[in-house]
Design a protein around this ligand. Structure first.
Ligand code: BV8
Length: 243
């Protein structure tokens, strides 16, 4: 059931954005982080996705990413990603801000994307800082080495304790500050600075629409909360909007 009030907001909205987390890719077969089937069933995110963990045991960290690359390599965008890609064409200004590194928004056809935490198909030389694409599944060697200088390669992602790229965070804040409507889809809203973005939208008088299979710390502040799967709720809102 989609409230008429939300449809009216969307019909008038000029700038719409969507902040996504692992939950939007769950229906594509990619495990989320903190759910019962979470990626970190044995480890905690904060212990594995960190520069310290990589320095201590690059093989372990690369085995984890190699396993995720195998899952993500087979994954297809679901109706949640596809609806979001469609909305980029119907709203005057539409941006995706994603915490996900799986690249499924781009695969679904979205172009206006800020990948806050990087991309699993990119690697970076730990000595020269050069970023390269690497789509080997599985990786040819673990840990992979830079072909130029032989140094360790690392995933080109943002780990805990690492700062996001200033351009990305400034872009994400500009989008959030100017959104008439921000959808927040499939995120537990525990990781910062991403979790602070919906509050920028609210502070500027925009509305926040949360879509999640369960309530989160954001839910009390959301103007609309849809309890359900992203791949079902987003197309339902879309069909009411374009009905
Ligand atoms: C930073 C790597 C400045 C890529 C990730 C101490 C020291 C240093 C920093 C901190 C500190 N204490 C706190 C911080 C800040 C820290 C932070 O936020 N920690 C949290 C845990 C408290 N943040 C940082 O470190 C960030 N950098 O602040 O820099 C700085 C620098 C130095 C010192 C201080 C500050 C960097 C954050 C990025 C971390 N990297 N990943 C990778 O391998 O993927 S975060 C990791 O969590 C993923 O990127 C993921 O995207 C992100 C958020 O998780 P979610 O996407 O929300 O996924 P989750 O499983 O949690 O939730 C899924 C949701 O979907 C659930 O709600 C579920 O109900 C729902 N769902 C499931 N199925 C569906 C669904 N919803 C709809 N439909 C469905 N079908």
């Amino acid at each position: 059931m989609v409230p008429e009030e939300l449809i009216n907001f969307l019909r008038k909205a000029k700038k719409v954005s969507v902040l996504t987390g692992a939950g939007i890719s769950a229906e594509s077969g990619i495990p989320t982080f903190r759910g019962e089937d979470g990626l970190w069933k044995k480890y905690r995110a904060e212990e594995l996705a960190t520069p310290q963990a990589f320095a201590k045991d690059p093989v372990l960290v690369w085995e984890w990413y190699n396993w995720r690359r195998e899952i993500i390599g087979k994954a297809k965008p679901n109706m949640g990603h596809i609806t979001i890609a469609k909305w980029e064409k119907i709203f005057p200004s539409f941006w995706v801000i994603t915490q996900n590194i799986d690249g499924l928004h781009r695969l679904a056809g979205s172009k206006n994307i800020v990948e806050l935490h990087g991309n699993i198909w990119k690697v970076r030389c730990t000595r020269e800082g050069i970023v390269m694409e690497n789509r080997d599944v599985p990786l040819k060697e673990i840990p992979p080495k830079c072909e130029n200088c032989g140094a360790l390669l690392r995933p080109h992602v943002v780990w805990f304790g690492e700062s996001l790229s200033i351009e990305d965070i400034e872009m994400a804040e500009e989008i959030s500050n100017s959104s008439d409507v921000m959808f927040v889809v499939g995120t537990s809203s525990v990781v910062y600075p991403a979790a602070s973005l919906p509050f920028l939208t609210k502070r500027r008088g925009g509305i926040v629409v949360e879509i999640n299979i369960s309530e989160t710390t954001l839910t009390p502040y959301a103007d609309f909360f849809f309890k359900g799967k992203a791949g079902e709720i987003l197309p339902e809102i879309d069909s009411r909007l374009n009905g």
